[in-house]
Design a protein around this ligand. Structure first.
Ligand SMILES: Cc1cc2nc3c(=O)[nH]c(=O)nc-3n(C[C@H](O)[C@H](O)[C@H](O)COP(=O)(O)OP(=O)(O)OC[C@H]3O[C@@H](n4cnc5c(N)ncnc54)[C@H](O)[C@@H]3O)c2cc1C
Length: 300
C-alpha cells in the first residue's frame, strides 16, 4: 500500500486509529481471520467519510465493518482498508427518538433507551452488533426487528454522496436491506421508541438475556446463526434432524447446544467453517430438499 496514502490516513484519523497487518481475528466474534492490509477505526462519522474519500482519491479499495459479529474473514486476510465504525458511537435521545452513529452497539443503545424509559429496543439488547450492521442486516430477535423501530438513516452512497433515507427507502427485509445490495454505508440512524416503564423494560431485557444464555453457545466464539431461516423451517432443527449436532470439521463445530450456530472450538480456520457449511448444506439439501443460505457474510 502506498506510503503517502497511509501517512495521509494517519494524519486524518490519528496514529492509533490506523494499523497495518492487523489480525481480523481480533475484530470478529468468531475470532477467525487473517490480517487486514490496513485497519482504520475513525472516531466519528465525519472522519469516516473523509477516510472513504481519501481511499477513493488514491484508488484504494475499502470495506466497512461494525462489530464483526456477523462476519467470517478469510484466513488469507484482506487487501485494502477495512474501515471499522467501532469508535463512531455517539448516542443522543430526543423525546421518544434515539439518534446514534453507526458504530454504537445495540446493547449500549438499548441501555440508553431503558434509562430514558423508552420501550421498543428490548429485543435487540443481546445482539452483539452495531447499529450500522443491524440496519444493513435488518437484525432481529424474539419477534422484533430493526424494521419495526427504524425511522431513517444517513448513508454514504458508493460514489461518496450523502443521503438521508427513510426506513421504506432502505428496503428492509428478512436479514437484508438495500444497504447490502448497493454497498452504501450507514453513518447514523434514527429509531422511534415509545414511553415505557423502566422496570418492565429491564425485566424484559433480563428475561431475553436469560433465554439467550440458556439456549445459545455464548461460551464459544461464533457469529450467531450461521444460516438464514428457510421459509417454513428452522435451520437449527433441520441440521439437528439431519444428525449433524456436534458435526466437526477441524476446529469448527455445529454447536451441541444450538445446531443453528457454528462455533470455533479454539483453532478453527475460515476454511474449516466454509467446509463445514458446505457439508451441512449438502446433507440437509439431500435429506430434506431444503436449501440453506448462509446468513454470516464471508469477507475475502
Ligand atoms: C452470539 C451472537 C448472537 C447473535 N444474535 C443475533 C440475533 O438474535 N439476531 C440477529 O439478527 N443477529 C444476531 N447475530 C448476528 C449479528 O450480531 C447481527 O447480524 C448484527 O446486526 C451485525 O452487526 P455488526 O456491527 O457486528 O456487523 P458486522 O458483522 O461488522 O457486518 C455485517 C454486515 O453488515 C455490514 N455493515 C456493518 N456496518 C455497516 C455500516 N455502518 N454500513 C453499511 N454496512 C455495514 C458489513 O459490511 C457486513 O456486510 C448474533 C451474533 C452473535 C455472535
Amino acid at each position: 500500500m502506498n506510503d503517502v496514502f497511509l501517512q495521509k490516513l494517519r494524519e486524518l484519523l490519528g496514529e492509533g486509529a490506523v494499523r497495518t497487518e492487523e489480525s481480523m481475528a481480533l475484530h470478529t466474534t468468531f475470532h477467525i481471520g487473517g490480517p487486514a492490509e490496513c485497519y482504520a477505526a475513525p472516531s466519528d462519522s465525519a472522519r469516516l467519510v473523509h477516510a472513504a474519500e481519501l481511499c477513493r482519491e488514491y484508488g484504494v479499495t475499502f470495506r466497512i465493518i461494525g462489530r464483526g459479529s456477523n462476519l467470517l474473514v478469510s484466513d488469507e486476510g484482506l487487501r485494502g482498508v477495512i474501515i471499522s465504525t467501532e469508535n463512531a458511537e455517539r448516542v443522543t435521545v430526543n423525546g421518544t427518538r434515539i439518534t446514534a452513529e453507526a458504530g454504537a452497539g445495540l446493547a449500549k443503545i438499548a441501555g440508553t433507551a431503558r434509562r430514558a424509559s423508552l420501550t421498543g429496543m428490548e429485543f435487540a439488547a443481546g445482539i452483539p452488533g452495531s447499529l450500522g450492521g443491524a440496519v444493513a442486516m435488518n437484525a432481529g430477535a424474539y419477534g422484533g426487528e430493526m424494521k419495526d423501530i427504524l425511522v431513517s438513516a444517513v448513508v454514504m452512497a458508493s460514489d461518496g454522496t450523502i443521503h438521508k433515507l427513510t426506513a421504506e427507502e432502505l428496503g428492509l427485509g428478512y436479514r437484508t436491506s438495500r444497504i447490502q445490495k448497493d454497498g452504501s454505508v450507514v453513518l447514523e440512524a434514527v429509531l422511534q421508541l415509545r414511553e415505557g416503564d423502566p422496570e418492565a423494560i429491564r425485566a424484559r431485557m433480563d428475561e431475553l438475556a436469560y433465554q439467550r444464555k440458556s439456549k445459545q453457545p455464548l461460551e464459544y466464539p461464533s457469529a450467531g446463526s450461521m444460516f438464514k431461516r428457510p421459509e417454513g423451517y428452522f435451520a437449527g432443527k433441520l441440521i439437528d434432524d439431519a444428525g449433524l449436532r456436534g458435526f466437526t470439521v477441524g476446529g469448527a463445530q455445529v454447536s451441541e447446544k444450538h445446531c443453528g450456530f457454528v462455533i470455533n472450538r479454539g483453532d478453527a480456520t475460515a476454511k474449516d467453517v466454509l467446509a463445514l457449511c458446505d457439508e451441512v448444506s449438502r446433507i440437509v439439501g439431500e435429506k430434506f430438499g431444503v436449501r440453506l443460505e448462509r446468513e454470516v457474510k464471508y469477507l475475502r
